[in-house]
Design a protein around this ligand. Structure first.
Ligand SMILES: Nc1nc2c(ncn2[C@@H]2O[C@H](COP(=O)(O)OP(=O)(O)OP(=O)(O)O)[C@@H](O)[C@H]2O)c(=O)[nH]1
Ligand SMILES: [Mg+2]
Length: 439
């Protein structure tokens, strides 16, 4: 699967690891190799430039937490960026409550793999205890009915089709019949062949309006590379695409291009097809996909460890340091760099839960405002915020171009944070504090 891209990325990493130091030169060389690998896999040029520029910046600038090296931070950044390029960490919705009856309508151009995928999906859901059924709503291609019926038989799931008639009526009757038989995942295969592309789109639009499926799934052939974007957009204009299945990733030299192009449209890839056989369908999970691609299962782990270590560093000074107003603003800034604050804090057991919402959700603009306010305070005010009375507040507000209530809010947040720190310290003394603080 994407073996060529995998090989060239692995070679780039090997070369990078062989360098005596991970300096700017080495990072630049790695970036160039990654660029070449992605371009060869037909990833869009602009996309490649954007992502590699980001990798370079982050690899050279991100602080190296103690116990780690620049080399490891660079690999972590490379891993994270590739995951992002392929859709990030968001998990697609695959499983449904058993008491829900869902209909999945597959659409796509001819030969993209809809019929095969319909059978693969039936097999997937059947082996997870669902009761799938398949409807053939392809009335265009002679042989579509028999192909699907045969496949349904081999999977061992109910099939509904009619040799003549209109797709909308057949689909409606099919859904009804299969529901009566107790099916809870109904998969509808549609035509890919048509008089023209516009009549195909019209039929899909009509069909989706009539049967109102739980989800329209676009099936795209990976061998077309970045052209997948055009297809995704065209279908999305006709009927709202819920998610995408990319087929034929086995051996597709342009697979990386297809995946990233689809992701760039904002669509979510649910499954990938990796062969002609019925069980050659996989849930698409960018983190594990990238780990496998790079041939380093532990890269994901490394990324997490680096993140945790920098977090620990930030948190430690937050908890143990003399906690002034200035510290608070600086620390919050530091934490924010590691990711969305709430998410970062959630990673620390026992911390996320206690955190007041106003701190966890603090927006970037607010932090910037706070930074300016802190700069308008005197040294004395910073060390002893309790002396900040109304007139001092007015002066600080004027000096930093904010309202008095903003200054008040900063002070209140500081108080809340300080209280929480005290609690944490107390717990730490009692030895009840979770791991990150003990280090
Ligand atoms: N290697 C490989 N072949 C696949 C995969 N998925 C589908 N195919 C093959 O692609 C060809 C076309 O698949 P179909 O499922 O008939 O495609 P379709 O979209 O239904 O085509 P039309 O009904 O003509 O629109 C078949 O030979 C399948 O075996 C895959 O993941 N890997
Ligand atoms: Mg078909």
């Amino acid at each position: 699967m994407l073996s060529k891209l995998g090989t060239s990325l692995r070679e780039a990493i090997k070369k990078f690891l062989g360098r005596p130091v991970a300096d700017e030169l080495a990072v630049k060389e790695l970036i160039r190799d990654v660029q070449r690998a992605l371009l060869l896999a037909d990833v869009n040029v602009e996309l490649v430039l954007k992502i590699t520029q980001l990798i370079e910046e982050r690899a050279l600038k991100e602080p190296v937490p103690s116990g780690f090296t620049r080399r490891e931070v660079t690999l972590k950044v490379l891993y994270e960026s590739l995951v992002e390029l392929l859709g990030g960490e968001k998990q697609p919705k695959i499983l449904y409550p058993a008491n829900e009856s869902i209909t999945l309508m597959l659409v796509g151009v001819q030969g993209s793999g809809k019929t095969t995928t319909a059978a693969k999906l039936a097999w997937f859901y059947k082996s997870r205890g669902y009761r799938p059924g398949i409807v053939c709503a392809d009335t265009f291609r002679p042989g579509a009915y028999d192909q699907l019926k045969q496949l349904a038989l081999s999977v061992g799931v109910p099939f509904y089709g009619e040799r003549t008639g209109t797709s909308t009526e057949i689909a409606l009757r099919g859904i009804n019949e299969l529901k009566k038989m107790g099916c809870n995942v109904i998969i509808i295969d549609t035509a890919g062949r048509h008089k023209s592309e516009s009549t195909l789109m019209e039929e899909m639009k009509l069909l989706s309006e009539v049967i109102k499926p739980s989800e329209v799934i676009l099936v795209v052939d990976a061998t077309i590379g970045q052209q997948a974007k055009v297809q995704a957009e065209a279908f999305n204009n006709a009927t709202k695409i819920g998610s995408i299945i990319v087929t034929k990733l086995d051996g597709a030299a342009k697979g990386g291009g297809a995946l990233s192009a689809v992701v760039a449209t904002g669509a979510q890839i649910k499954f990938i097809g990796i062969g002609e056989k019925i069980d050659e369908l996989e849930i698409f999970d960018p983190p594990s996909f990238v780990s496998r691609l790079l041939g380093m299962g532990d890269l994901k782990l490394l990324a997490e460890r680096v993140k945790e270590a920098s977090l620990r560093g930030e948190m430690k000074s937050l908890v143990t340091g003399k906690f002034t107003l200035k510290d608070m603003v600086q620390q919050l800034e530091g934490l924010k760099k590691l990711g969305p604050l709430r998410k970062v804090l959630e990673m620390i057991p026992g911390f996320g839960l206690n955190l007041p919402d106003e701190i966890a959700d603090v927006a970037q603009e607010k932090l910037e405002k706070w930074t300016v306010m802190v700069k308008s305070m005197t040294k004395e005010e910073l060390e002893h915020p309790e002396i900040i009375n109304r007139s001092r507040m007015r002066r600080i507000a004027r000096g930093s171009g904010v309202k008095v209530k903003d200054v008040k809010e900063l002070l209140e947040t500081y108080e809340a944070m300080k209280r929480m720190m005290k609690n944490l310290l107390r717990k730490q003394k009692k030895g009840r504090l979770p791991l990150p603080f003990k280090a």
